[in-house]
Design a binder for this molecule. Structure first.
Ligand code: N01
Length: 560
């Protein structure tokens, strides 16, 4: 049958063991692992190249906020021994070059179909297989589908009146053009002050004639202290990788190596606490928040860290009124992803940079010549939307996924995502999610969490093969218990106090649910390992025979 005949008859013309959605860091490693186990795998990727978030986010200053020697694969010792990271935080082009190197080194491209979106995935209960429709009109089938769609991959463009009238150029940080954008001589407006904005603003300010930053919520940022990596520093990591990766996996809450905090903020006298914050500020990076073990838990403790950062902003920014606007006051530090910057606050000392406080002067509309806020017109040649993502569920929601009895995943998740361990959702057999809601994901070093999920899924598929099982599915009871646990752990922290994308609060109408699991990557890994060791407790596996299918149906009914 030809592809067009298959399309017209809607009969799958390609059969795979596993279809993977996305060729970012998750999809690439999954392909490598599963192919090594003998599975026939197809990866569909909507971009024209590998790298996921690093393929799309090409804005000026884009870097990871986890150090490169840690934000890298650990599955191949040769790879981690041989790849040379140039800086403490490698720039986006280097991370993308790394992704391409991995794709070449492990010969991944032959099983990846680029420029192809997965439009729909429907579970066929009789065949116990997924039917997958892609944007090229092809229909394929697979026993398993894995969503490696990324947590921050669905860029969000707010609906601001008048955008269509604007005569200048409009950019989104997460959909940056592939050719360099030159702002020389231009009047540029940046909307948003999250991580993407905070990284790009200092560089745009250096180039543009004038930069206006439209800030709705001030954000906490600590210096990155980025610098070239010396050969000695690289070698230190390489020599210590086994122990260092083990500690990151097992002992760190977020999978980022640092000295774990042993004290609370008030266990130190004021001057010692200040010295501690000063030391972390000088060292730079995300581990600022690991200064004390109660910063994410107790508001008074958190206030000491927040006050320290506010005092730094007041020191750096010369105009006290601008400094005041830049000082966050409406959320605990860390309850929104803390930013890591190079010269962000100092940029507001430049004569060509202006800060507009949208709380005092909300955006009225975009006009043909710029943006109007608080009744004042700001003439602009270009507008940069640094307005973030429909995080964690946005990319999944764009695929029409239907599970048992034709139930749509979007309907099931209408009140917020529900998963068991962030890996599967009841009623959707053989559908795995990598770093899904309900797993540590965005609260961790993503590559570490990706590797953990890929390894767990790959081991699970082998266990199924050994048992002769065709289907695996989360039981409703296990899912309910896990969702309750995820909520309970989050409720004991300061995180739900912020209107963050962790809570879905940045997308109008999205349910307010704390999506990631905040229990820590070490604890989480242990739970996942124990579940597997107990024969995949909380999951229902069923075999190919009719008798086994009946047994699984009864087991499912009993579990729900
Ligand atoms: O997005 P964000 P991001 N009018 O959602 C504002 C990762 N990341 O792309 O806070 C006006 O954080 C919005 O305002 P408010 C990292 O995990 C990592 O910057 O909603 N403003 C906010 O200021 C990060 O957390 C790295 O009031 C509007 C901004 O836009 C995540 O990605 C680099 C608006 C969006 O900030 C997302 O970061 C980059 C509107 N209508 C990203 N709508 C590194 O590794 C939104 N905003 C360093």
């Amino acid at each position: 049958m030809t592809a067009s005949e298959a399309r017209s008859s809607n009969v799958p013309h390609q059969q795979y063991d596993v279809i993977v959605v996305g060729a970012g860091f998750a999809g690439m490693y999954l392909l490598h692992r599963l192919r090594g186990q003998g599975y026939k795998v197809r990866v569909f990727e909507q971009g024209s190249g590998v790298g996921g978030t690093w393929y799309w986010n090409r804005y000026p200053g884009a870097r990871c906020d986890v150090e490169s020697m840690q934000y890298s694969y650990s599955f191949s010792d040769e790879l981690q021994q041989q790849w040379d990271w140039s800086e403490r935080y490698a720039p986006q082009p280097e991370i993308l070059a790394y992704a391409n190197h991995v794709a070449d080194r492990f010969d991944l491209r032959r099983d990846i179909q680029f420029d192809t979106r997965v439009e729909a995935a429907v579970f066929d209960e009789r065949a116990q297989r997924w039917t997958v429709t892609t944007s090229d009109g092809a229909v394929s089938s697979a026993q398993f589908v894995v969503l490696a769609t990324g947590c921050l991959s669905n860029a969000r463009m707010p609906d601001i009146a008048g955008a269509a009238d604007f005569k200048g150029a409009i950019y989104h940080t997460a959909h940056w053009p592939h050719q360099a954008v030159d702002f020389t001589g231009q009047r540029v407006g940046v909307i948003g002050t999250g991580s993407s904005a905070i990284q790009s603003i200092p560089l745009i300010a250096e180039q543009a004639a004038r930069l206006t930053v439209f800030q709705r919520t001030a954000n906490f940022s600590v210096p990155a202290r980025n610098a070239p990596l010396t050969a000695e520093e690289r070698q230190w990591f390489r020599d210590n990788y086994p122990e260092f990766r083990r500690k990151a996996r097992e002992e760190m809450r977020n999978g980022i190596f640092t000295e774990p905090p042993v004290k609370g903020a008030f266990d130190d006298p004021d001057e010692v606490r200040l010295r501690n914050y000063e030391g972390r500020w000088t060292r730079g990076g995300l581990t600022f928040m690991a200064a004390y073990n109660n910063l994410g838990l107790e508001k008074a403790a958190n206030d000491t860290a927040a006050d320290f950062i506010r005092s730094k902003i007041a020191e750096i920014v010369k105009d006290p009124e601008v400094a005041r606007k830049l000082q966050p006051s409406d959320h605990p530090v860390g309850s929104k992803r803390i930013c890591v910057d190079t010269d962000y606050y100092a940029t507001f000392n430049r004569d060509n940079v202006e800060l507009v406080d949208l709380r005092a002067d909300p955006i009225d509309r975009i006009t043909a010549d710029g943006l109007r806020a608080g009744g004042r017109d700001y003439p602009l040649d270009a507008i940069v939307f640094a307005t973030g993502f429909d995080a964690m569920t946005g990319s999944v929601a764009k695929i029409a996924i239907k599970g048992r009895a034709g139930r749509a995943l979007n309907d099931k998740w209408a009140e917020g995502p529900r998963t068991y361990l962030g890996l599967m959702t009841a009623g959707f057999p053989n559908l795995f999610i990598i770093t899904g809601p309900g797993s540590p994901s965005v609260l961790s070093n993503m590559i570490l969490s990706i590797e953990q999920h890929v390894d767990w899924i790959a081991d699970c598929l082998v266990a199924m093969r050994q048992r002769g099982a065709l289907c695996i599915e989360a039981s409703k009871r296990a899912e309910d218990d896990w969702v309750a646990h995820v909520n309970e752990v989050a409720a004991g922290t300061l995180y739900p106090q912020a209107n963050s994308w962790y809570m879905g609060a940045n997308v109008p109408g999205k349910p307010r649910v704390f999506m990631p699991y905040i229990g820590g990557v070490g604890v989480y890994r242990q739970i996942c390992n124990e579940v597997a060791a107990k024969g995949y407790e909380g999951f229902v596996m069923s075999g190919g025979s009719t008798a086994e299918r009946h047994a699984a149906t009864s087991e499912r009914a009993a579990a729900s």
